[in-house]
Write a protein of this length. Structure first.
Lengths: 303, 303, 303, 303
């Protein structure tokens, strides 16, 4: 009954790459947090401390910044593919790469109605994310890409009910036809295509804007009988709008807002004044997918 | 050399009040975090445990929610004054009140270009804040109000230099004519008027929007020779625009973005690729004020 | 190419259960954060909003507190099994349960060398964690249990080298025979036995203490040629010491401490003064396992 | 009504200094977070951008690390005095300095009962803090020192009542003879002596250990009629034990633990099972001082 090395990976996390692209006096910016993880033939360093195959994480950091300079202001998905190609292509020991990229959005500051060419304010409403997983396929690179967003907080004050649920001895919840439905959206959409050459024409930024718009609009207009139903409607509308997506995964905490009981003070609170609660909270997760969606690679952990 | 009780206060912090106001099918929302602190004749509870003068913090919480219901969707400054008036007016032991209010801004979700009447997304770009300090003045209430904002992250890619500074044996910094200038703005502006009756007509929301616009525009358009100079310009423009403000206090961390040295890789980085640093960071604080500004009350904390 | 529901689950997260057990004037405490996730036949609520099978998360919360009262101060692993058994046993729609439990450790306050019977201080050095995954197996319950810990920060000032690594065009790192090795340990150990009846005699607390001691001692005494080698040594020693473990997973950020270059000031810093860096950081993850370890269930996400 | 510059200061915050002191094979470590703020004649940079008096914050950072190397492993209070002396003594424009120092405590890892000479684990139970405020007094330096601690979480399961409080229309709280009393202690103690020469013999570490022990023991043994009374008892016992302290300031959030109502499920919960709440929370602050304590300097901020 020997003890052996199982799944393993390593890399440099949270490289904070900030890029300026100058078009004369007008500047564009790109603000990324890039994390690299390498998989491959790394048994030696674990078992004996022989580092002959271990590209230092410091070198990985240098490569992230140098390649950003060489390649220019790529979209996160494209930069992730380029980084994966670099590490797989130059390190024989590396057979798989995972790159996680967070993009922090910024807006130009408006001065008398005109966007300023060189001054920006951060848009704290969400973080755009992408993950690229790559593996060698003989001489070829195959890539599995997810795009997504995090920290998008939404709330609706109507069109949300919850009733018809089973009751057991621990059930005290009252049915409701009208409750606040609030959540902080984490969404990932997985692209079907794994041949990076076929994805070169994708306008990643436009697709992301459209996906977020679809998600928000469906959330806003859906008459919700449960947060699960709203989740499914959001994912379904995103798949219908963008044929390149194989699946959408949504993770939705139910951020409870409770109507405050003011009857001890002789006041009738018609669902006007609520208390926003912290913990505990409901938590709903599901994948909405095409029935012929290719499975994601059996990586670790499964997305 | 006896041991005695010094400055003291107590209250209920972080009451998360969420209000809906319904105009038919169109709803308005108001999302507040309200903290109350009471000052007064509380020696007994400290010295003997006699609580006869200690209004429970649980009661304070109830009052915050009940008064929000009674008073409707007041602006933070007005709600703070009302809460202060309530506690001073009903509790003989209370001679001073401090109310801190955070307002979390939300936007309506846009659906095909139309703002939705009942669906919202949180604007994470800043938090609006207000503080009301009140004390009895005979039968009258006097209030010192500050308005402000926090967590407003801004960055400019040009029009920022830093040079001409003194050098000592520990100085290695290079002078620069062109650096990224980024900060997370915390701003407070103190109102001159301390008679709450004379402030009843103030449009707090409009004043706040205008103050933030002035701050942002000055930051964007200022040709900066130091973050201190930009700070002063921001404060000065806000005082010039709004005569009700006695003083502006700004706290500005210098969020460093360093040009990455790519010369070891044969690359010339013309201030395109930067690394966004975490710690340490510069920190600049100053008050810009009218020379005849009345001093704020000698409140606590003093150390 | 229809759109369908994929993997899904839901539950109540972060129920903060705090228990007192009184033995006369001496009290024991148990401080838990319990999160429940249910898997099963929940297509209806997603597709039509029919909630007939959706036990409310509010009910789940009530069950967590009520069962804690009924069952007494169980160890996290045992309480997780009991909760899983409850939800699977009483809800026909539920076929799988995942319970995550965080235990916050406390110590008694010492007064003149004697532990106080009713006063405690929190031990912030780590959080003990457990995860129970359960599924129906005909009439039987099968459970896969992991125990572990998080937020254990360790550092060694010697016995750590890193050299012999490959160099490419982006490598600037210097080899070292002597560096600070610091990390924040996240560890999980998976138990081989999935029949809960056979685990009833386990002393979970004693096993946890022993596992943490083994982990710390191996970390302290290992002469490290790489963080990977130290990771493997830690996992191996834990498996050798406790035959009930099938595998150990360790996630180790490399918390870099860089020697500060003081040569511009004429000072020779012999690795005395360092700067503790925030980002980026190395990140090392691996599983150390028995070669005959049964695989974990194909759940979502694979642990 | 001119606009003028008011109070202002600047510096480098959060310099993460980590020191090793080697005694042969046995190492001592010192882990500090050091923030420097300078006050003085800085009107020019604010008003015109002339930086001739503005020692760069980058230089301040260099000085912190270089002086740590020169001076060796000083206690936080002593290192703060040395840094203040350096900046006041070498920069004519500087008339005041504030240094804030956080010390993160570590313990040696125990291996078979023996503390390891070079391996450590972080003690997350609290952070030790110190603040040194210094000003020129003619040719002399005067320093006002506070020592303290933060993030010390304590809880008692008995000997705590709360009753006899006033009731108004918003009071619903029940009186209790027996409640959990939990808080996260932030404490500061101010030293009377402002001549740094007279403080040179102080054993700061021993004083800190003793102060924390006194605080914890008083908290544990006090029969509490209110958190205010416990606060006062803690401060008083600290002043009685250490004659060098002029005053103690304590900030104590009341971390509420509510007894869960299990009566809907037919269970009688005799204050065994509680829910630990997040927000809102009570918040109690007070200073306990000697009646002849010299006042602290009229420093900033005042609002």
């Amino acid at each position: 009954m020997a003890i052996v090395l199982g799944e393993n990976r390593y890399g440099k996390a949270e490289n904070r790459v900030f890029r300026i692209t100058r078009h004369g006096d007008t500047h564009e910016i790109l603000d990324l947090n890039v994390s690299v993880q390498l998989m491959g033939d790394f048994a030696d360093t674990h078992l004996t401390g022989d580092n002959a195959k271990v590209l230092p994480t410091d070198t990985q950091k240098n490569a992230v910044f140098a390649l950003s300079h060489q390649l220019g202001p790529l979209e996160p998905e494209a930069f992730g593919v380029a980084l994966a190609r670099h590490f797989i292509g130059t390190q024989p020991a590396v057979s798989g790469v995972e790159v996680r990229l967070d993009l922090f959005p910024w807006h130009r500051i408006e001065c008398r109605g005109t966007p300023h060419p060189r001054a920006f304010r951060r848009d704290g409403s969400h973080v755009r994310v992408a993950t690229v997983r790559a593996s060698r396929n003989g001489a070829d690179l195959r890539t599995w890409i997810t795009s997504g967003l995090e920290k998008l907080v939404v709330l609706k004050t109507g069109d949300s009910a919850f009733k018809g649920y089973p009751r057991d001895r621990y059930t005290t919840l009252q049915e409701t036809d009208d409750r606040i439905l609030a959540t902080e959206v984490s969404a990932r959409w997985r692209w079907s295509e794994s041949d990076p050459a076929k994805l070169e024409g994708v306008d990643w930024a436009a697709s992301h804007r459209a996906a977020m718009d679809t998600l928000l609009q469906t959330y806003a207009e859906h008459h919700s009988l449960s947060l699960q139903q709203t989740l499914y409607a959001m994912g379904k509308s995103m798949l219908e709008a963008q044929t390149g997506f194989a699946a959408v995964r949504l993770s939705l905490p139910n951020k409870h807002h409770f109507v405050v009981d003011l009857s001890p003070f002789g006041q009738r609170n018609a669902a006007e004044v609520h208390i926003a609660a912290d913990r505990p909270y409901g938590f709903i997760e599901a994948v909405v997918q095409r029935d012929d969606a290719p499975p994601p690679p059996a990586t670790w952990p499964t997305w």
